[in-house]
Design a protein around this ligand. Structure first.
Ligand code: ADP
Ligand SMILES: O=P(O)(O)O[C@H]1O[C@H](CO)[C@@H](O[C@H]2O[C@H](CO)[C@@H](O)[C@H](O)[C@H]2O)[C@H](O)[C@H]1O
Length: 467
């Protein structure tokens, strides 16, 4: 099939018919990728947004950087990808034959168009393409519409050996010699990306809790800028909070001291973000849409996951309680927050220091929403849910372990910020309920086996208070 027409930026020797030859292969390959956001809806076609040749096909290996729109039927679900055609960043390698070490990267064998007879594959698995990216960042290259920039004060040594991270991720990351990690965003949208914006702002504030961006990669397409990747120092020997929590749970060990330290770290980041970027006061006019948004997300989730239906009325009471606060004239302070904070976003270095990563926000939400100031309790609720997630993902569940972690986290947070989140039980309940509903949708789409974990929370939240 011929790809749908779109104004395309093509650089180097890339022919627009390139996508036509990849089309049937991508249709099969793309929906199988963990980072594909449009799960459950067929891909009906592709259009090329931009294409840049990074290595010419004449050599042993051709390399193309593509921004490709995947067309899918639109489903009117709040909280899901709202674009009828999400744009994905692909790095396509082309070889005559694929060496066995690259077998997991296979996209397919091309049978039509300019690449006929070649094998195409996800080039992030391959060391040469990964080296090309690092070299471009190091030398601040401009290639076609691709722009590579770096913090002038930080050195990037040439020749660092790359390896693709194999962890389950929403994006793809390459580690270079245990010195840097490059996160390449997969679903990309034009505009300021909080995954670059917030760490840069925190670095300017001197906040050491977040690895500072060393270099970044962007694309300029028809007057719009897409953030494509961020290089940052790799925290060597780090364990993420989720692994650590599960390890302690398996040993029957307490995690309260770590939860306390995490509460302090979260408050430090929030304090620095409030210094770096504007804060606003939310009055009745702003709280009404906030509550309406939570209620809409619930309705949409019930539509998508009918198992939620029996709990909907009970869950809704968490949101109406916030509306009541607003009606009484309560105001709230809002500021930029992490937006999707959970144990997997917290790294502990071997010396026991915690860092927070991945400031992209909930990937399915529109960018404008992800960049809006929010009450800090939103992040706190994310972490509290995460302790609950850990405790309910083991058999038998250990609610007492979660209770101790939750209390310690709130204490630590309050020590640094001056405000213990437990003094806001109505807000906490609403944001935790909202997060649990998001998790039900997320798991239904991405990891159906995990659905019972947030569903167990939903059952409890529909009938009881949380803290
Ligand atoms: N600076 C870092 N140092 C060490 N490991 C990191 C760093 N940043 C990310 N990671 C690892 O990469 C994984 C994915 O990073 P993340 O930013 O959460 O990407 P995604 O949005 O794809 O989930 C993390 O869970 C962590 O294990
Ligand atoms: O890929 P991201 O890290 O940006 O976040 C998404 O995936 C997470 C799972 O990998 C998901 O987190 C949920 O599962 C975690 C355990 O794997 C748990 O610690 C979190 O509390 C729970 O929300 C996250 O919601 C999603 O946005």
């Amino acid at each position: 099939m011929t790809p749908m027409a779109e104004t395309v930026t093509v650089s180097g020797a890339v022919s627009p018919s390139l996508l036509a030859s990849l089309d049937p292969l991508l249709r099969e390959w793309l929906p199988r990728q963990r980072w594909f956001a449009g799960k459950g809806r067929p891909v009906t076609g592709f259009s090329l947004v931009a294409a840049v040749e990074l290595l010419p096909l004449g050599g042993r290996l051709g390399l193309y950087h593509l921004l490709v729109r995947a067309h899918q039927p639109t489903v009117p679900v709040v909280g899901a990808a709202t674009h009828p055609a999400d744009c994905y960043q692909l790095l396509i390698g082309v070889r005559e034959a694929l060496p066995p070490r690259l077998a997991p990267a296979l996209i397919g064998h091309v049978t039509e168009g300019p690449l006929t007879g070649h094998t195409v594959y996800d080039a992030l698995y391959d060391s040469r393409p990964a080296e090309v990216l690092l070299e471009a960042l190091r030398s601040q290259a401009r290639i076609g519409g691709l722009r590579f920039d770096r913090d002038q004060g930080r050195e990037i040594r040439p020749g660092l050996v790359p390896r693709l991270m194999t962890a389950e991720q929403s994006n793809s990351s390459i580690v270079y010699g245990d010195t840097f990690i490059l996160k390449l965003l997969r679903r990309v949208v034009p505009g300021v990306n909080p995954d670059l914006e917030l760490p840069l702002a925190l670095a300017r504030e001197g906040c050491a809790r977040v690895p500072a961006p060393t270099a970044w990669m962007q694309a300029d397409v028809h007057g719009e800028t897409y953030v494509l990747g961020v290089l940052q120092p790799f925290v060597q020997g780090a364990s993420d909070g989720w692994e650590l929590a599960l390890r302690e749970l398996a040993k029957g060990e307490d995690f309260a001291a770590e939860a306390h330290a995490l509460g302090r770290a979260t408050a430090e980041v929030h304090t620095a973000l409030a210094r770096a970027l504007p804060t606003v006061t939310l009055g009745h006019t702003q709280l009404e849409p906030l509550v309406a948004g939570m209620t809409e997300r619930l309705e949409a989730a019930v539509h998508a996951v009918p198992a939620l239906r029996p709990y909907a009325a009970g869950l809704r009471t968490a949101f109406t309680a916030v509306a009541d606060l607003a009606a009484e004239g309560r105001t709230l302070t809002a500021q930029r927050v992490h937006g999707d904070l959970h144990l997997g976003q917290c790294l502990r270095s071997p010396d026991g220091q915690w860092s927070l990563i991945d400031f992209e926000g909930e990937p399915a939400r529109p960018l404008a929403e992800r960049r809006m100031p929010q009450p800090v309790i939103r992040d706190v609720a994310g972490m509290l849910r995460s302790f609950d997630y850990a405790a309910y993902s083991v058999s038998p569940p250990d609610p007492e372990w979660a209770r101790r972690c939750r209390a310690a986290y709130c204490t630590g947070y309050g020590e640094v910020s001056g405000a213990d989140p437990r003094t806001e039980p109505v807000l906490l309940r609403a944001f935790e309920t909202d997060k649990a509903i998001y998790e039900v949708l997320y798991e239904a789409r991405h990891r159906p086996d995990w659905l019972p974990v947030p569903m167990a929370a939903v059952e409890r939240y529909a009938t009881s208070d949380l803290i």
